[in-house]
Design a protein around this ligand. Structure first.
Ligand code: NAD
Length: 297
């Protein structure tokens, strides 16, 4: 029975994951190398609760119970030593994740399940550096975690059935809809999403249409809530590029080759919302569009 959950990484995803578990009565230890990041994460969780309260979807009592369920730590071994489940949501970097999983494996109880929120790194590879590859699984939450219903559950090559069943049942307990897939590059979400984003960037690169036209066609024509270029800005163009590289390397198929325009924009530091500029321009520190047609190829 999972009661004690440790979340590693208190960034965009980690604070959302901690929020949802704490809201559903789990005891959460939120771990980050950066103490200021932990403070920022708690402030973000409080702010997100305030938004839910304003909409009538939560109460002040829920907020204080949830915040009371979270403690923080800056050290992995002490932060995971009582955990029933660890969810790693640190920076998307293979070497970093392998090193974190070695530390978790050495410090967490033998029965603890080890999950990763990676968008694209092989679960089987991560599991291979632990002494419990059958207890390692992908739990790919979507951003923003408190709002988005889907959790893509990824079985590594060695993940045992009981572990998948536990994680599927627990995801339902969190009010999420779990979807179980196997561990191949990009899983399902990014294997389908990233080629679409890449094709949108290629259409722009080849001059087929402008930024707004491409996004409008996909929004109004396909009922997508956001066009692929704006979505890429929200995800981060560097993140999109690195996932495309995983698909390209993993399948060895040129259809996944990142568009040269995407590569150029990442090299130039135009990473989307987080840098205030990508295919669109944004008010600094916010997701609000300020100029919608300033993009230069
Ligand atoms: P982020 O950059 O916002 O946060 C990463 C956090 O990890 C930072 O706070 C950093 O200080 C911390 N960190 C780095 N090294 C650490 C270590 N050794 N120990 C503890 N903490 C450490 O990143 P994010 O967007 O939250 O992404 C986290 C993970 O979630 C990645 O694997 C990413 O692929 C995945 N993901 C992201 C999204 C998204 O939309 N952002 C969606 C789904 C999955």
């Amino acid at each position: 029975m999972i009661k004690q959950v440790s979340v590693i990484g208190a960034g965009t995803m980690g604070n959302g994951i901690a929020h949802v578990f704490a809201q559903h009565g789990f005891s959460v230890t939120l771990i980050d190398v950066s103490a200021p990041q932990l403070e920022k994460a708690l402030a973000t969780i409080a702010k997100n609760f305030d938004r839910q309260i304003a909409k009538g979807n939560s109460t002040e009592a829920d907020k204080s119970t949830a915040l009371g369920n979270i403690i923080t730590a800056t050290d992995i071994p002490s932060g995971v030593k009582q955990a029933d489940l660890v969810i790693e949501a640190a920076t998307e970097n293979m070497d970093l994740k392998l090193s974190i999983f070695k530390q978790i494996d050495a410090a967490a109880p033998a029965a603890c399940i080890l999950a990763t929120n990676t968008s694209s790194i092989s679960i089987t590879k991560i599991a291979s550096v632990t002494n419990r590859p059958d207890a390692v699984i992908g739990m790919h939450f979507m951003n923003p975690v408190p709002v988005m219903k889907l959790v893509e559950i990824i079985n590594g090559y060695a993940t045992k059935k009981e572990v998948t069943e536990t994680i599927v049942a627990m995801s339902k307990q969190l009010g999420k809809v779990p979807c179980t897939v196997n561990d191949y590059p990009g899983f399902i979400a990014n294997r389908i999403l990233m080629p679409m984003i890449n094709e949108a960037v290629c259409s722009l690169y080849e001059g087929v249409a402008g930024v707004e036209e491409i996004d409008t066609v996909m929004k109004l024509g396909m009922a997508h809530p956001m066009g692929p270029l704006q979505l890429a800005d929200f995800i981060g163009l560097d993140v999109c590029l690195s996932i495309l590289q995983v698909l390209f390397d993993g399948f060895g198929n040129p259809k996944y080759a990142p568009c040269p325009l995407l590569v150029n924009m990442v090299t130039a530091g135009k990473l989307g919302v987080k840098r205030g500029e990508g295919f669109y321009s944004y008010t600094p520190g916010s997701k609000e569009l300020i100029v919608s047609n300033q993009f230069k190829k």
